[in-house]
Design a protein around this ligand. Structure first.
Ligand code: ATP
Ligand code: MG
Length: 481
């Protein structure tokens, strides 16, 4: 038989050959080591079981000992876990849900007589206190620019509409005058929580899109500075600047989608040999923007696009560059250099580009505006920004300038420098006329059931000090989806 032969071949030449090796049934042999690292072999090993103390098994989870030594199971106190049948969310799916913006609600009533926004609507002081609906095509463009925020009350109404307030008319007129004189409006929108700063930026973008400006938006400045997007040093820069290619690609795609009609009418004036693809002179700027297909080329394409837009000439439109969340770029960022030192936000190339226009170091040769909004929700403290804005406000009001605290060391001089000459627009509460316009719109939408008269407006206005977000909370919070 083959079994004895095959086992015999494992023996050492020095060991005595056993006389009999049972062929059919295998019995433990003295030449096999009494231990094994393989569980199966160990089980079949020859270790006698007698006299070996049995090791105490660890108590399974949920089983404890009570004082009498009796095992006690905790299972009965635990909730029975149902079978997990749902598919776990894919990467990025949760974030997409969180950032989802719903712009209409079929349960709300359509508001009769609601006018759509037109290019001149927000310039006319007669429209203060009225609501204007955003046209459908513009909604898509504003959505691409991420102008709508998930915290705003869009999902309650039939269609997105905004209140034209006195600050809206003021800002739009300043933008129009800057564009017509080919100057740059540099302005920071500030104010307390939920006073409508982000919404004023949205209105400025709506104005820009309707009046054939090129609109560029950085919707959340924190996405640039909290080290959540990739970065790389730009070669040959001293001090070293850093590009953020993935963010840049996303931004170019937004610019392309939102400004397609304007960009397709303008042609390039420079050859751009540095681009990954040949863009001959006289191609449209849309074709130039389309050259950004991979993150690696995004920063170069953005620079080329910016260079074209900054070319002084009659055929170039005004530019609107907006940023929400100013405190995030007024401090040291969370990124680190190869020497493990923290990088200042102003050394991130995109932030630097924005700050240079805001500070006036570079101007927009074809006119336009650069607007930044502060935010009070989820914002880091920036004492330099607060001080600089308070000083600009005092300058505008002609009062004494607030002074920095002499013994405080947390000021950031580079940030102060950026805000040295900007204009400041401080948003406060709505006037009673504006509050009434807003409340009448809520009532017409069927979500505010009380009668809107002088008394009701005065009561709600006093309760919220006219702050538009507070008014919404006071009146519509129970309705929030
Ligand atoms: P934060 O300080 O948190 O950034 P904010 O000042 O940017 O707040 P917004 O998000 O612009 O505040 O607005 C707060 C709320 O007020 C939103 O729900 C928004 O819909 C509403 N709101 C603000 N301005 C207007 C307006 N002009 N018309 C209609 N609703 C408005
Ligand atoms: Mg905001």
């Amino acid at each position: 038989m083959s079994a004895p032969n095959s086992l015999r071949c494992l023996l050492r030449p020095s060991a005595a050959v056993p006389r009999q090796i049972a062929a059919a049934t295998w019995t433990p042999s003295p030449w096999i080591a009494p231990f094994s690292t393989t569980p199966g072999a160990g089980k079949a090993g020859t270790t006698p079981k007698k006299n070996v103390p049995k090791p105490k098994a660890a108590a399974p989870r949920g089983v404890g000992m009570n004082p009498t030594g009796k095992k006690q199971s905790m299972k009965k106190f635990k909730k029975a876990q149902g079978a997990k049948t749902a598919k776990p969310p894919l990467p990025g799916e949760r974030k997409a849900m969180r950032k989802r913006i719903q712009l209409s609600n079929n349960n709300a009533l359509p508001v009769e007589g609601l006018a759509e926004l037109e290019p001149g609507t927000m310039l006319n002081p007669k429209n203060i206190g009225t609501m204007a609906a955003l046209p459908g095509a513009m909604q898509d463009n504003l959505r691409s620019l991420e102008a709508f925020k998930a915290t705003q009350f869009w999902p309650m109404f039939r269609q997105p509409a905004t209140l034209i307030r006195s600050e809206t008319v003021d800002l739009m007129n300043r933008m129009q005058s800057a564009a017509s004189k080919k100057e740059t409006l540099r302005l920071v929108v500030t104010g307390e929580r939920i006073t409508g700063k982000s919404l004023l930026l949205l209105q400025s973008m709506a104005y820009g899109l309707q009046n054939d400006w090129v609109v560029i938006n950085i919707p959340e400045a924190q996405e640039l500075t909290t080290a959540c997007t990739e970065y790389a040093p730009i070669p040959d820069t001293d001090p070293v600047q850093y590009m953020q290619n993935n963010y840049c690609l996303k931004m170019i795609q937004a610019i392309r989608k939102a400004n397609a009609s304007v960009l397709s009418k303008i042609t390039t004036a420079y050859s751009h040999p540095e681009l990954p693809q040949n863009i001959p002179i006289n191609s449209t700027l849309l074709a130039l923007a389309n050259a950004a297909k991979e993150p690696e080329s995004a920063w170069v394409v953005f620079q080329a696009l910016w260079k074209e837009l900054m070319r002084k000439g009659a055929a170039r439109p005004p530019v609107l560059f907006t940023l929400d969340g100013l405190p995030h770029i007024m401090k040291v960022s969370d990124y680190r250099s190869p020497a493990f030192e923290l990088i200042h936000s102003q050394d991130l190339a995109l932030v630097r580009l924005f700050s240079d226009v805001l500070s006036g170091a570079t101007s927009l040769p074809n006119g336009g505006a650069v607007l930044a909004a502060t935010t009070r929700g989820n914002a880091p403290r920036s004492p330099s920004m607060d001080l600089a804005l308070a000083q600009r406000e005092a300058e505008q009001a002609g009062t004494e300038l607030p002074k920095p605290e002499p013994y405080f060391k947390g000021y950031d001089l580079r940030s102060e420098e950026v805000l040295k000459t900007v204009s400041v627009m401080k948003l406060k509460g709505l006037s009673k006329v504006e509050a009434r316009g807003l409340m009448e719109y809520w009532a017409a939408s069927g979500i505010f059931r009380a009668t809107v008269d002088e008394k009701a407006v005065a009561a709600k206005w006093a309760l919220s000090a006219g702050v538009v977000g507070e008014m919404e909370r006071v009146n519509l919070l129970t309705m929030h989806p």
